[in-house]
Ligand binder design. Structure first.
Ligand SMILES: O=C1O[C@H](COP(=O)(O)O)[C@@H](O)[C@H](O)[C@H]1O
Length: 269
């Protein structure tokens, strides 16, 4: 994360005229990272979020990716999850299973969902433990900077209040530096109990993609990216990969406030 006073790394900004175009490019981006990781490390570790993101991943289930992606090498995690049963409409797992996992041939044993039968505190602890085991055997890479897990890709969906994963503006979970996975019981967005990756884990990933679509995200996109914005506590603005690459996938309505401020909406690395 950039210390205060240091210039903020904005990442690469990709703005699309339609949701369809965004979804097509997102699928291509994920497929390419998967290919590179499988070639270099023999597997691909991806952490997903909830929200509109999953429906945008639909293109990955279609040709050519359904045939060309080596799904057997995928290991799937969640950057956040709501503490509800796996068949509950609010479950990020359910959304992913219905919209993505049920349509591709990822091995069940490579899908790391969160335990919905224990308290949210225990679920967070168990999830961190599972990740630690996979880091030990290097299925998940490790950051040389802070020993955090180094996921090949963390996909985040921007909330209209600027939250990412279940890290909400001004919430103490944003300050959590010692744990990889934490829990909250007072989410401002229902349901209240959730578990979430902490910022050190998000910022240790090799690649982070932040996806924002729709006009209701326009102000949050502006506050997360634009220069001269006094919005340092905005979670999305705190996504600053230490050693990895950040790419924004934004549709035109979500970029509308940025556009109005004359930000270069192509690439603002
Ligand atoms: O609660 C959550 O919301 C967001 C974004 O949701 P959207 O419906 O506004 O697209 C998502 O980032 C997060 O993973 C999730 O748990």
């Amino acid at each position: 994360m950039a210390a205060s006073g240091e210039p903020k790394k904005k990442g690469e900004l990709r703005v699309f005229e339609s949701l369809d175009e965004l979804a097509t490019e997102l699928a291509e981006y994920i497929a390419q990272l998967s290919e590179i990781s499988v070639k270099e490390r023999g597997c691909f570790t991806i952490a997903l979020s909830g929200g509109s993101l999953i429906s945008l991943m639909g293109k990955l289930c279609e040709a050519p990716y359904n045939k060309t992606v080596d799904w057997t090498k995928w290991y799937v995690f969640w950057a956040d999850e709501r503490a509800v049963a796996k068949n509950h409409v609010d479950s990020n797992y359910k959304q992913t299973k219905d919209g993505f996992l049920s349509k591709v041939s990822i091995l069940n044993s490579h899908v790391y969902s969160i335990n919905d039968n224990v308290t949210v505190e225990d679920a967070a602890g168990e999830y961190e433990f599972a990740i630690r085991q996979l880091v030990k055997i290097r299925t998940i890479g490790v950051s040389e900077i802070n020993d955090c897990p180094k996921f090949d890709l963390i996909l985040l969906d921007l909330g209209s209040d600027g939250h990412v994963a279940s890290l909400f503006p001004q919430h103490p979970a944003l300050e959590q530096k010692d744990e990889w996975v934490t829990y909250i019981t007072n989410s401002p967005k229902p349901p209240p109990e959730r578990i979430t990756f902490t910022l050190p884990v998000i910022n240790s990933a090799s690649n982070v993609a932040l996806v924002a679509s729709g006009e209701d995200k326009a102000m949050a996109v502006h506050h997360a990216i634009a220069d001269g914005v006094d919005a340092s506590p905005l979670p999305a603005r705190m996504v600053q990969p230490t050693d990895g690459k950040l790419v924004w996938f934004i549709d035109r309505p979500a970029a509308s406030v940025l556009d109005a401020g004359n930000n270069d909406s192509q690439n603002v690395e």
